[in-house]
Design a protein around this ligand. Structure first.
Ligand SMILES: *[C@@H]1O[C@H](CO)[C@@H](O)[C@H](O)[C@H]1NC(C)=O
Ligand SMILES: *[C@@H]1O[C@H](CO)[C@@H](O)[C@H](O)[C@H]1NC(C)=O
Length: 260
């Protein structure tokens, strides 16, 4: 049925552009809600307004001599049902969009002068969502952004700020015990599985490690190798590999099979 194909052609670009948001390596948390809302709005419009392809229906019918009949109830039975289902699915998939939007304030990239009240509304909402005492969280947050302001950090992205809590060079300040609730929010924000780029990166590494001659690698071993490979740079990985080989050969009575 021509009309159904044209409807799909009108809808797919909107789904694709939403999907592209998630294919970037660094998906910014603050873009999620707007992108989802924009897609839902556009899809809602398609219920009553023809997109560019459906507008060409008559033209296509005459130039390509397509005479298949359009059911009279196409709009109610096909178009509306399909779009409602699609919108419902997208909404369910991103039911946490509000929380993700609030978590976005933790990324302080580009905030040169952080105002004292920065992010208070979001922090209160987050306290509510994650069952924290709002007052305690607000105090910790205020102290934390004051510290970031004075620390003159060049990189104020989410991973870099999370590092403040865990990197050895900041241990003396003991930020983790000073701002435990803020640290918790950072941990939640960083593990949001938003970017599909990361997933693809991991799968391509699995393929590289699990080459055909090592196809019988145990899952446990594969996980260990992957953890090392994904968390250190190429030179470090090679160094670790060298050390492993050295250790391997130091052990007595190694029986080498199939060495080429
Ligand atoms: C269009 O298709 C119909 C039936 O499929 C055929 O009878 C007619 O000749 C076609 N017209 C043209 C211009 O090709
Ligand atoms: C919505 O999701 C369900 C379950 O995954 C699926 O069967 C259905 O085809 C989806 N509907 C649309 C319109 O994408």
């Amino acid at each position: 049925m021509l009309k159904a194909v044209l409807l799909l052609a009108d809808v797919l670009p909107h789904i694709c552009s939403l999907s592209l948001v998630f294919q970037k390596r660094d998906v910014h948390l603050g873009n999620i809600r707007t992108s989802v809302e924009k897609t839902v709005n556009l899809l809602t419009t398609r219920k009553t307004q023809n997109g560019p392809w459906l507008q060409k229906e008559e033209h296509l019918r005459s130039t390509c001599n397509i005479t298949d009949p359009t059911p009279v109830d196409f709009d109610t039975k096909v178009r509306e049902c399909f779009l409602n289902g699609l919108i419902e699915n997208i909404t369910v998939r991103f039911k946490d969009a509000d929380t993700i939007d609030q978590l976005a304030i933790l990324d302080l990239t580009g905030t040169d002068n952080i105002e004292t009240m920065y992010g208070y509304t979001e922090i209160e909402a987050l306290a509510n969502t994650f069952d924290m005492d709002p007052e305690t969280l607000l105090i910790q947050w205020q102290d934390f952004i004051a510290l970031v302001s004075s620390a003159e950090l060049t990189d104020r992205s989410l991973p870099s700020l999370l590092e403040l809590f865990h990197s050895p060079c900041h241990k003396d300040k003991n930020l983790l015990s000073m701002y435990p609730l803020v640290a918790k929010l950072f941990s939640v924000a960083i593990i949001q599985p938003l970017s599909t780029a990361e997933v693809e990166r991991i799968f391509s590494q699995v393929k590289l490690i699990k080459t055909s001659h090592r196809a019988n690698l145990k899952t446990q071993t594969l996980t260990k190798i992957l953890t090392v490979k994904l968390n250190c740079d190429e030179t470090k990985f090679e160094k670790i590999l060298d050390q492993c080989v050295t250790t391997f050969f130091k052990k007595k009575n190694r029986r080498l099979v199939n060495v080429v």
